[in-house]
Design a protein around this ligand. Structure first.
Ligand code: UDX
Length: 430
């Protein structure tokens, strides 16, 4: 968000408590891989529109709006940890104490309903000595961008949700976005803070449900002779009430948002005395889904001890190096625990993977090198470079050509003709 705003000509000051991150970003190196980000950051830094600091006072004194974008990780019981949100609120509040004029604070972090009004607002009021709506304004404005297309999503939002604690800041924020997006300005929904907070959870929970729904159908298809879940997805996706997106069956959703947010919504709902069975089911389906690929490997190979398994793709999705909650982790751990030797390759997530698996697996420099001499290859991320692999290449390089397509990236009939092809939601056991 900071890079995009600065790229668009706004003066942006990024605040972080992590000095090494500040240094890296100031040198034009984003702390993670994201398409187009390095280029946007470099332009922003070059134009001197983006700077980073750990000094709240400097940032608040020299800006009109502050966006809180810190993480809200899961606690052991699934509820969210507000430590960073509280720290950021306090830092902003203390700096606001000596600032003159109206300053707008915007909560972009994903927080459960009531957090902005009952946690953020009192912290800022106490630490600033000012009242919300008078000395400062406060809004909730959830973020919907996806990793791997974050820059595109920021520049082309589907909608803007603003939940204002006071009327004035909502108007200022909407006006800010109108100037930013111009003719591309999407629909705006102005509401209260709790509703805005809940929209974000509802959005991610719905996406998670859609994926777990199609994965449920995929698991049924796996038991029906000749069935293919991609036909089911196509068939239902043409119904305008359902739509074609987020119906790609596979080894389940990972990442920093869907798994965490559905768990947080479940925990929040239970605290209110309501057991959200539908959400719980989506979560359970997803917890089990990665192991479907592992079970297929076992069905085909029998004893895994002494077998060499290639895992192509480690990131939770393509175009990122992020492995948080990646289904690949569960699959690899299961393979290792049954004595298989695992060799892995990912175009961007190798460094992340080395921190997780260390010496317990081996790492290949390319996909062809990864599958060489293997008894089985599991596709765990839908990187486009994997989609280009030909059945012939598996046959020529593997010890026994067995492909388990955990992301449905290959053409089943083409692959089935020349090698043993298994895929989530595809039954060719005729
Ligand atoms: C998600 C939301 O999409 C975004 O709006 C929110 O701001 C943050 O959380 P992200 O986690 O970046 O974004 O990835 P997303 O594209 O939603 O994919 C999440 C996971 O679902 C990935 O592991 C992906 O492989 C999987 N997925 C997605 C499927 O298995 N099938 C699909 O059809 C779509």
């Amino acid at each position: 968000m900071a890079s995009c705003l600065a790229y668009k000509g706004y003066m942006v000051i990024g605040v972080d408590v992590d000095v090494s991150k500040i240094k890296e970003i100031s040198f034009g190196r984003p702390p993670f891989y994201e398409p187009r980000l390095r280029e946007m950051l470099s332009v922003a830094l070059g134009r001197k529109l983006f700077s980073c600091t750990n000094n709240y006072q400097h940032a608040i004194d020299n800006s009109d709006i502050s966006f809180i974008t810190v993480g809200t990780p899961s606690k052991a019981d699934g509820s969210i940890d507000l430590t960073y949100v509280k720290e950021a609120s306090k830092g902003i509040g203390e700096a606001l104490r000596s600032k003159e004029g109206f300053h707008v604070v915007v909560v972009k972090s994903t927080v459960t309903p009531g957090t902005t009004k009952n946690v953020v607002k009192p912290i800022i009021e106490d630490s600033s000595g000012k009242r919300c709506g008078v000395g400062f304004g406060l809004c909730v404005n959830p973020e919907f961008l996806r990793e791997g297309s974050a820059v595109h999503d920021f520049l082309n939002p589907d909608r803007i949700i603003i939940g204002g604690c006071d009327g004035r800041s909502s108007v200022i924020l909407e006006d800010f976005y109108r100037k930013l997006y111009g003719r591309r300005m999407p629909k705006v929904i102005r509401t209260n803070p709790s509703a805005a907070e809940l929209v974000k959870y509802a959005n991610n929970a719905f996406l998670a449900m859609k994926i777990s729904f199609i994965n449920t159908l995929a698991n049924i298809c796996g038991k029906v002779e000749g069935a293919d879940v991609s036909i089911i997805a196509k068939g239902i996706g043409l119904d305008k009430r359902i739509g074609p997106l987020f119906l790609k069956a596979g080894i389940g959703y990972g990442g920093s948002c869907l798994p965490k947010d559905i768990k947080a919504l479940i925990s929040f709902s239970k605290q209110l005395g309501y057991k959200p069975k539908l959400l719980e089911a989506a979560d359970v389906v997803n917890e089990e889904q990665p192991l479907k690929a592992f079970s297929m490997a076992k069905e085909e190979l029998g004893e895994l001890k002494g077998k060499r398994v290639a895992v192509l793709g480690l990131a939770f999705k393509a175009e990122t190096d992020d492995m948080r909650e990646a289904p690949s982790i569960k699959i690899i751990n299961a393979l290792i625990s049954e004595g298989a030797s695992v060799v892995a390759y990912d175009p961007k997530a190798m460094d992340t993977a080395k921190k997780i698996f260390k010496e317990s697996i081996s790492y290949a420099p390319t996909s062809l090198n990864c599958i060489k001499g293997c008894d089985c290859c599991i596709i765990a991320t839908d990187w486009s470079e994997f989609k280009k692999l030909k059945p012939k290449e598996f046959v020529e390089n593997m010890r026994t050509p067995l492909v388990i397509d955990g992301r449905r990236i290959f053409n089943p009939s083409k692959f089935s003709k020349v090698l043993k092809y298994r895929a989530i939601g595809y039954n060719n056991l005729q």
